[in-house]
Ligand binder design. Structure first.
Ligand SMILES: [Zn+2]
Length: 437
């Protein structure tokens, strides 16, 4: 009864759903289970543990996590102070197990994130939307869930979730992921839609600027070595300073892809810019490089081929953002070529480059810039045919001088001021498009 256990996540989920929609739904869950495999057996530990499915659920906290490795199995033990609402699914390229929680605060000790061994290569956890969070288990090899048990302690009301992973053939793993995706969709992408967008009312005669502070929630981005500041904090701080400055600087309507510590997928970031019919999107980052001596700000625009090896390295690392959060990897590079052809037609590329030039000019001599600060690479978040987009790497958290500057609110404010100036000057001679309302 163990083989298909991994894919009983779906049946488990179906079962929960059923408590709300009753029998018709149960039939559906069974059918889906049968479609997945002839031998799917829905786990029933919850019921065995004496927990009634219909009981009222409250937001709970995951307060502890452990990893136990033996020759046969790798066991993840997660502890909750109430009944967890969760679902499991696998992803490949790279191979991952995603445990997604509803209305649960992941209060694991940060130490838990450094655990690895057996089939677990790396653990990441954090929020993905305002009410969902994920534990993303990067797998060292193809795996399945051999046993899954949710046990309640009736005395304390606490719960333990035990997931025992065992190794399987890569081909079988990939086949199961494909089957699962055919039924569930590719990556739970739908789940992360609707990241909190901050946007005021649009006004006729205004330019729309979308600010896109990089990373957030489960994906902290890079981290400083001494101050421990996370990239997601630096970018959000600068974005929060920049928004009001722009609104004061001219006829700018400002929207942000996030205004909080929440995960937003790369695709959703692009979608926000399109929905807002933005005149410009500015993505903010502060990454880390292997070359710790490299420092200074860089302004990137989209290209199918990277302008240099460093740009390629930065883009590769940025494009992994969704993978970290348990989403599918961004599109293949051949798609970029098509978009680029389209971009050229629409002059979006020209516009993006012209703005990046203006920004470099404004920043020069006032903040530290990298050598050749105007660079290009295939950044997933910039692949937007409709909206001129640039990605500003504020500096590199791998460099300690940069790190200390970027953690300093005065520096953050200074940079925000310069970007705001560049935007105001860039749009000064232009006429806003009619919004049509
Ligand atoms: Zn970044």
């Amino acid at each position: 009864m163990n083989n298909e256990a991994a894919f009983t996540a779906m049946a488990t989920r179906g079962k929960r759903f059923c408590t709300k929609l009753q029998a018709a739904c149960l039939a559906l869950a069974v059918l889906v289970g049968l479609l997945l495999s002839n031998t799917v057996i829905a786990f029933s530990q919850e019921t065995a543990a004496g927990v009634q499915d219909g009981e009222a659920r409250r937001a709970s906290v995951a307060y502890d996590g452990m990893l136990e490795v033996s020759d046969e199995e790798t066991v993840l033990l997660l502890k909750f102070d109430g009944k967890p609402d969760y679902r499991l699914f696998f992803m490949d390229r790279p191979d991952r197990l995603v445990v997604e929680f509803n209305e649960i605060t992941l209060g694991f000790d940060p130490e838990f994130a450094s655990k690895n061994g057996g089939l677990v290569k790396q653990l990441r956890f954090g929020s993905i939307t305002s009410d969902r969070s994920r534990l993303v288990v990067a797998l060292a090899a193809a795996a399945e869930i051999r046993r899954q048990a949710l046990e309640a302690d009736p005395e304390t009301g606490r719960y333990n979730l035990r997931l025992a992973l065992g190794g399987i053939e890569q081909a079988l793993f990939s086949q199961r992921v494909a089957e699962q995706q055919a039924l569930l969709g590719s990556s739970g992408e739908a789940v992360v839609k609707g990241g909190r967008v901050r946007s005021g009312p649009k006004r006729e005669g205004y330019f729309t600027i979308v600010l896109d502070p990089g990373h957030g929630g489960i994906d902290g981005g890079a981290a400083g070595r001494t101050t421990k500041i996370a990239e997601k904090e630096v970018t959000l701080a600068v974005s929060r300073l920049l928004g009001p400055m722009l609104e004061k600087a001219g006829r700018f309507h400002v929207s942000s892809t996030r205004d909080d510590d929440v995960f937003v997928s790369l695709r959703e970031r692009q979608a926000v810019a399109r929905r807002e019919n933005a005149d410009l999107m500015i993505s903010l980052h502060a990454d880390a490089l292997r070359q710790t001596y490299v420092r200074g700000a860089t302004i990137y625009t989209l290209a199918d081929r990277a302008s240099d090896a460093l740009a390629q390295q930065v883009a590769d690392s940025e494009n992994l953002a969704d993978v970290v959060a348990g989403l599918a990897a961004p599109e293949e590079s051949d798609v970029v070529t098509d978009i680029l052809a389209d971009l050229t037609l629409r002059e979006t590329t020209h516009f993006s480059r012209a703005f990046s030039l203006m920004l470099v000019r404004k920043m020069r001599d006032r903040v530290n810039l990298i050598n050749n600060p105007q660079r290009a690479a295939s950044f997933a978040v910039l692949k937007n045919a409709e909206v001129p987009s640039v990605l500003l790497e504020l500096g590199y958290l791998s460099n300690s001088d940069d790190e200390h500057l970027m953690a300093d609110p005065r520096w953050q404010s200074k940079v925000a001021g310069i970007v705001s100036e560049a935007v105001a000057e860039f749009f000064s001679g232009r006429q806003p498009r009619s919004t049509g309302n």
